[in-house]
Design a protein around this ligand. Structure first.
Ligand code: FE2
Length: 260
């Protein structure tokens, strides 16, 4: 197996990254053979990269079973991720490659693994860099902070219909300036704010906490585990939100958001 396939470095926007993830099937075939010898499990109960992949592959394979429990799954993967050696050579190589992105004013992405049931990505944030509110359609996610410190805020989409509203279009984009456009509004329930430091983990499931924003307090590197992985449909279905900071009609922890 071409070890290089899973290390190809990508520096692009998040939507661009999703597109590239979909477009390159060559990364799907990496086998998860654990080396089975020294180094898989050290004396501190830390595991190496191959053992980490093996554990995630085993747990994520359960998503096809009728009794798949997403919350139980993400908690197991968080436990596995907590055991990962953060000085594993695979991560050190990713950190090294990402050094070129420091100072470029954008978040840097790397794709570490993609298999049938899951994918693992690497992201590097500089201080103050953020990814605004977005969802992960039909997916679970586990974040592991490898270095630095980030704040994540999660939200759960409420199943309450709000009327579309009309807004006057300003300049830019398609359509004439001054034209009325429909704006889709939704309600989000705040689902917690987490400060992630080195070794810390966070989760989201397809129904709970699925929407989040992430902001770095210092230079930070994170590992994302998504199951199922992005495909064409999930990439295209990803939604972005502008969240009103004010509570919605005084309802505790509920916020109105506009799609887009
Ligand atoms: Fe995300």
């Amino acid at each position: 197996m071409d070890d290089y396939n899973r290390r190809e470095f990508i520096r692009t926007s998040l939507p661009g990254f999703l597109g590239l993830t979909l477009a390159l099937p060559g990364i799907t075939a990496m086998a998860t053979r654990a080396n089975g010898k020294e180094g898989r499990l050290d004396q501190s109960k830390k595991i190496n990269w191959d053992a980490f992949l093996e554990g995630v592959a085993k747990e994520s394979a359960r998503q096809h079973l009728d009794d798949w429990n997403e919350l139980a799954y993400v908690k197991k993967v968080q436990a596995i991720a907590s055991q990962l050696r953060l000085d594993d050579p695979v991560l050190l190589e990713a950190f090294k490659k990402a050094e070129v992105g420091i100072g470029d004013g954008s978040i840097d992405f790397d794709r570490l693994e993609k298999q049938k049931d899951f994918q693992i990505s690497y992201l590097q944030f500089e201080k103050g860099e953020k990814i605004r509110h977005h969802d992960h359609p039909g997916m679970t996610g586990v974040l592991l902070c490898a270095t630095g410190e980030l704040v994540t805020e999660n939200y759960t989409l409420l199943d309450e219909e709000l009327d579309e509203s009309k807004e006057l279009k300003e300049s830019g984009g398609q359509g004439a300036e001054g034209e009325e456009i429909a704006v889709k509004r939704v309600l989000l329930k705040g689902a917690g704010r987490t400060v992630l430091k080195k070794g810390g983990t966070a989760n989201l499931t397809s129904k709970q906490r699925n929407i989040h924003r992430v902001e770095a307090r210092k230079l930070s590197q994170i590992i994302d585990v998504f199951a199922p992985p992005y495909n064409r449909e999930r990439g295209a279905a990803t939604k972005w939100f502008t969240v009103d900071e004010e509570r919605y009609r005084g309802r505790k922890g509920v916020y109105e958001a506009v799609l887009g």
